[in-house]
Ligand binder design. Structure first.
Ligand SMILES: [Zn+2]
Length: 421
């Protein structure tokens, strides 16, 4: 497989910085954070700023990874390579050049990347956020049977949104009750890839609400059982990666690199926080789902929270918060195998039970929220709470705004990238 270079634009870069460059009619330079996995080379844009066109490679550090972005009224085939030659990168620099057309040339682009002594074509770029705009140099051809299979889904979502779903790669962290429901809905919607992350094995008491759970699967890794169910539904065109490890294990974190959306369906705050850090480091969407059933005397209270979080904008630590954020942070930063500090979360132990109807309602509320973001109807991070009180009627509330400051999601992508996950 050929090496494929992709540029990843977090929300602030395309919402504010690119429009400013186009208005100024000029040239910008950004620093890049590398997210390399297998044959994929994702380059995450940070601090895109207008700069003088006379700058050359020697004006930057020898180990700097840079994006050069030029907005032009006309775009021609070799413009990116020519500009790279003119910039004269140092041998140890990795430099990407993107030429974007404006005016009559809006929608046209060319790109190239120079690194390790070679020049590579730029395969495409992604604007992370509403509509998840993905631009590739060769759009893959859609098989006819896929179009027939998802005819009704395409009718409901519209062709453009369905294609965004179809191109999506999603990690589901937690393969139990909520995670199994999330993975099933994503497979039914037609996503191209699912990474299933969970270090636990199936137990008898999971079978009440695990989609596709069977007595035969008890004792096997949960992720393997989920793979069997999903493969039966989508045998040909769904790539499934199973990772029998739990966050924050490094192997589990690694599985989050190659996706567009991370869904956490876990009880432990340390796993949520690890996912949030990865999402903000590599500019991924993060959807966190949590459910609970409680007894309050004779009354039953149940519900769940759904948080859809855009990188650089909000995260589980600052929108809705974590129950034990300091404990989670200490656990994440402590040595491997360190004892967990403090008592286990009360939230887990005071649960009255779990209900398959509640799980599916809340999980699918979360996935629908993601679909609204892909459609561009929803344009910002959001927090929803679905709750049944003692009267038996459900209510849906919208959560508040994120905290004013947050080191996890708004410490700047560059500063986070220096911190080991
Ligand atoms: Zn945050």
């Amino acid at each position: 497989m050929a090496i494929s270079f992709q540029l990843i634009f977090p929300p602030e870069s395309w919402r504010e910085q690119i429009p400013a460059l186009v208005r100024g009619g000029a040239f910008g330079v950004a620093h890049l954070v590398r997210n390399f996995y297998q044959d994929a080379r994702e380059l995450v844009i940070t601090h895109l700023q207008p700069r003088a066109t006379t700058l050359r490679g020697r004006d930057f550090g020898p180990l700097d990874d840079l994006l050069l972005l030029r907005c032009q009224p006309r775009v021609e085939g070799r413009d990116a390579e020519r500009s790279l030659v003119a910039f004269a990168p140092s041998p140890s620099q990795l430099v990407a050049m993107l030429v974007l057309g404006y005016g009559a040339a809006t929608g046209q682009w060319v790109g190239a990347v120079r690194g390790e002594g070679n020049v590579y074509p730029l395969s495409g770029f992604t604007f992370v956020g509403p509509k998840m705009g993905r631009v590739t140099s060769s759009q893959s051809r859609e098989a006819l049977d896929a179009l027939v299979r998802w005819d009704r889904t395409r009718g409901a979502l519209g062709e453009a949104v369905w294609r965004r779903v179809r191109n999506s790669r999603v990690a589901v962290v937690g393969a139990g009750r909520n995670g199994s429901a999330a993975a099933l809905s994503l497979a039914m919607l037609g996503v191209s890839k699912l990474a299933l992350v969970d270090g636990d094995r199936e137990e008898h008491h999971n079978l009440d609400a695990t989609i596709g759970g069977t007595a035969e699967g008890v004792g096997r890794p949960k992720v393997e059982n989920r793979r069997r169910t999903l493969t039966a539904i989508r045998p040909d065109d769904l790539e499934i990666v199973t990772v029998p490890r739990s966050l924050p294990d490094a192997t589990a974190v690694e599985a989050l690199r190659g996706v567009d959306l991370i869904i956490t369906c876990v009880d432990r705050d340390v796993a949520r926080l690890a996912a949030a850090r990865a999402a903000n480091r590599w500019a991924k969407l993060h959807l966190d789902v949590g459910t609970g059933v409680f007894r309050d005397g004779a009354a039953r209270r149940m519900g769940g929270d759904v948080r859809l979080l855009l990188p650089g904008e909000a995260c589980v630590a600052c929108l809705g918060g974590l129950r034990h954020v300091e404990e989670a942070r200490a656990e994440l930063e402590g040595p491997v195998g360190a004892l967990r500090r403090g008592p286990r979360a009360q939230w887990d132990t005071s649960r009255a039970g779990s209900l398959v109807t509640l799980n599916q309602a809340v999980v699918n509320l979360g996935i629908q929220t993601w679909l609204e973001l892909l459609a561009g109807v929803l344009t910002a991070s959001c927090w929803l709470r679905l709750e049944w009180d003692g009267t038996g009627r459900p209510s849906l509330a919208t959560g508040g705004a994120p905290l004013a400051a947050c080191v996890v999601c708004r410490g700047g992508v560059t500063s986070l990238s220096r911190r080991p996950l």
